[in-house]
Design a protein around this ligand. Structure first.
Ligand code: HMG
Ligand code: MG
Length: 301
């Protein structure tokens, strides 16, 4: 068992992954005010929206306005999801510090999500990565369905490695490995990380857990023991992939902070600010967000 790290970097993906699956439209002004609250929490990276086709994800069709109106706090990396050159051009025009490209380890999810086979995707992302790097941007490569695909079932680590190798070869700075539908248990995380950690430096690996079955915190714990120090999460536990049936929200940032801070691991993020940001979106959406530590903190007030 590895030692626990002293510091963990948490990326807030609520404004992108969190909102993209929400049917109730949140106004641009509310998104901007909410992202500004997140910027004040101490978090160092926020994925603020997505420059995908607006027909595919209508909730984020205001990415341009959101990107233009948010206050950029010094020291915070503002990134956005980009699927192709059109998305990158719009994102660069709007302003990004980081571009997040994405694809899947499974053929069927890749096709449903971005309308291309895996081999058709590499040249498209290769060009995006090259352009984003030459514009001086940080580039993260998301790999979805690294444990299970909603259409194909179990995915072998080899299939994940093949996609990771190609993305690194194309020039991504780091990789975010997604348990898109939240099926993994810690032993599966360990099996994947056995291979991943032999091949890539730990600093290049981010784990992205959805909490569909309540396993995300256990999976983060397993990842920490493997030396992983970077995680994606969504304030309140909001979220899900619209093209992955059965996918629930990301692990809640509030729960991740409770876990890490409780174990004496620093994140630089203020838990109280994250509670306020979660509460704001809970009120805007008119529904209780899934985070248990949030519910408990609110009940004690
Ligand atoms: P397509 O229909 O194959 O695109 O969609 P196309 O290249 O054939 O172009 C068709 C039309 O779309 C053209 O317009 C393009 O200009 C336009 P026309 O000439 O017909 O008027 N177009 C665009 N417009 C605006 N912005 C763009 C853009 N691109 C083309 N970027 C595409 C391909 C990738 C665009 C589409 O499939 C798409 O937008 N997919 C989005 C899927 C998505 O957002 N999924 C959720 C995010 S991924 C996720 O949640 C997983 C993750 O969290 C990790 C995990 O949990 O595992 C990251
Ligand atoms: Mg996701």
């Amino acid at each position: 068992m590895g030692r626990l790290p002293e510091f963990v970097q948490v990326k807030e993906v609520g404004p992108r992954d969190g909102l993209q699956n929400e049917k109730k439209q949140v106004s641009t002004a509310d998104k901007v005010a909410w992202i500004d609250m997140l910027s004040d929490s101490g978090v160092k990276e926020i994925e603020y929206s997505s420059f995908v086709h607006p027909k595919w994800v209508p909730q984020l069709s205001d990415a341009h306005d959101v990107g233009r109106q948010i206050k950029r706090r010094e020291g915070v990396r503002y990134s956005a999801l980009v699927p192709n050159m059109k998305g990158l051009e719009l994102a660069l025009e709007t302003g990004i510090d980081g571009a997040s490209v994405f694809m899947s380890a499974s053929e069927t999810h890749n096709k449903k999500n971005i309308n291309k086979t895996i081999s058709q995707t590499f040249p498209v992302l290769g060009e995006v990565i090259k352009e984003a790097k030459s514009a001086g941007k940080h580039v993260t490569g998301y790999v979805s369905t690294v444990f299970d695909c909603p259409y194909e079932g179990k995915i072998k680590p080899d299939a994940v490695i093949r996609v990771c190798d190609e993305l690194l070869e194309a020039g991504v700075d780091d990789l975010s490995l997604g348990d898109t539908i939240g099926t993994a248990v810690p032993s599966e995380v360990e099996t994947l990380l056995d291979t991943v950690m032999q091949r890539y430096s730990k600093d290049r690996i981010i784990m992205h857990f959805h909490d569909t079955r309540g396993m995300a915190i256990a999976n983060i714990m397993a990842s920490l023991r493997y030396g992983i120090t970077r995680f994606d999460s969504s304030v309140g536990g909001l979220g899900g992939c619209p093209f992955a049936p059965g996918a629930a929200g990301n692990v809640a940032t509030n729960d991740v902070l409770y876990l890490l801070h409780g174990m004496g691991i620093k994140t630089g993020i203020d838990e109280r600010s994250m509670q306020e940001a979660a509460l704001m979106m809970q009120n805007k959406l008119g529904k209780t967000l899934p985070s248990k530590s949030l519910a408990s903190a609110l009940a004690q007030e």
